[in-house]
Design a protein around this ligand. Structure first.
Ligand SMILES: [Zn+2]
Ligand SMILES: [Zn+2]
Length: 220
């Protein structure tokens, strides 16, 4: 199994492959489909080999290129039920900053509009993604948004979306998410990620997170 990171300044998207297939986890901001398709080609795959697109949550920096990638690959889009309505509505969302820096960034970030997307698959709190042609298991980690999910891969690494964040200066040090609709829930979710003792944690911003900094979250 291999995890490829398709990074840009705003956020990361991921291509996960194994011998049976491939899935995309998060899609970046709008206009990032060509970069993902290039990564798919570099991994010696065709767009049609992608069997699932999972959105860790509805935010525009993760869902921005989902429609383009669904069209290019034919793969269905999956999101947790508690983020599905916001994805269907699209538009702007209110971001609640958890510290000073995100408060300053909010003005810029809040301008991004989520494209209105009808998801094809609604995820429950725990799902075996192989049911949908994906890889690994998803589990709900609310707090950043009500329906944020993480994905536990077969090698015990975790794709965490924005449930955790890398530092801006020290990208590999695990931090709380920059924004949270429910900070207490977000802290519980960070602990849940740490409790898996993951070998690596891939996040939407910064990362991949160093295992010791993730382990330290267990005592939060
Ligand atoms: Zn987010
Ligand atoms: Zn994000």
């Amino acid at each position: 199994m291999t995890v490829y990171t398709v990074k840009n300044v705003a956020s990361s998207a991921f291509l996960v492959t194994d011998e049976k297939g491939a899935m995309i986890v998060d899609t970046g901001v709008a206009g990032r489909a060509p970069a993902m398709l290039e990564q798919i080609a570099d991994a010696s795959l065709r767009p049609a080999d992608i069997r699932l697109v999972v959105l860790t949550h509805h935010h525009a920096d993760h869902s921005g290129s989902a429609l383009d990638l669904r069209e290019a690959t034919g793969a269905p889009i999956a999101i947790h039920r508690d983020d599905a309505d916001q994805l269907r509505r699209g538009g702007r969302v209110d971001l609640q900053p958890t510290s000073l820096l995100p408060r300053l960034m909010k003005a810029m970030l809040a301008k991004a509009e989520i494209p209105a997307i009808e998801p094809d698959i609604i995820l429950d709190d725990e799902e075996n993604l192989t049911r949908f042609g994906g890889i690994g298991r998803s589990f709900v980690t609310p707090g950043h948004t009500p329906g944020s999910v993480c994905i536990l891969l077969p090698d015990n690494s975790i794709l965490a979306g924005d449930a955790l964040s890398g530092g801006l200066m020290r990208a590999r040090i695990a931090r709380k998410p920059m924004f949270a609709t429910d900070l207490d829930a977000a802290v519980r979710s960070m602990r849940a990620v740490a409790d898996h003792a993951p070998t690596a944690v891939y996040v939407g911003h910064g990362g991949p997170l160093a295992a010791p900094s993730v382990a330290a979250l267990r005592t939060l």
